[in-house]
Design a binder for this molecule. Sequence first.
Ligand code: UTP
Length: 235
Amino acid sequence: MEPPVVVALGGSLLHPDEVERHVWLDQVKEAVSEHVGSGGRIGLVIGGGVPARDAITIAKPLIEDVAALDEIGIAATRLNATIVAQTLSHSGLDVCNGIPSDTTAAARALENHQIVVMGGTSPGHTTDNVAIRLAIDAKATQCIIATNVDYVYDSDPKINSNARSIESMTLEKLQEIVGPPVHGKAGGSGVIDPVGVQAAIDYSLPLAVIDGRKVERLASALSGNEFKGTRITVG
Ligand code: UTP
């Protein structure tokens, strides 16, 4: 059996301001359908996006415990994962039933299904780390992080107008940018979760960062073709 591909789909991609959500979802469905149609298997890990941020904002003034806020974020990721799983399954694709709650179960489910969709697992990280863990457990050859920026930048482009986009870099260089593997706070992170970057280093897992709003880029990356985005190699 060919190794599966694992994709982290940032929940912010389901944000109404970013793209027309159902159009985007339909395009994702087509890209996934094409991938599995040619015999591939795929693990999709969905982020929390707007529902996560909203829910954490409501609770934050009353709850100091980061792990408790994380649990709220996890519930939102699983809601978003259910939207994606139901959409794919209702178009006749072979999707694992239910949303696995850990990456071991998800990797096992990928042995029997072409598609597994999941959200968060436990407090202390984001769904980027879940996707990287699933890629490791399912012996994927790389993990694609589909987010709402087109490249990894050498500094935050929202703050620094001179920030440079990077097409190719090592995991170690990425770690210099995202910082040490610490989960600072619930409900917010940089381009990739630093906890996940450490796991990718530990297990020598290449990553790719693409703009998931442009689904054609995801489709190219899935088919192994050239794609616009950042390739992150094992150093
Ligand atoms: P996300 O994965 O959406 O993280 O999980 P994010 O970085 O805040 O959002 P994106 O990448 O811009 O979409 C939402 C929140 O849920 C909790 C964390 O608090 C995270 O910030 N979470 C998620 C966990 O604690 N564990 C998980 O496995 C997943």
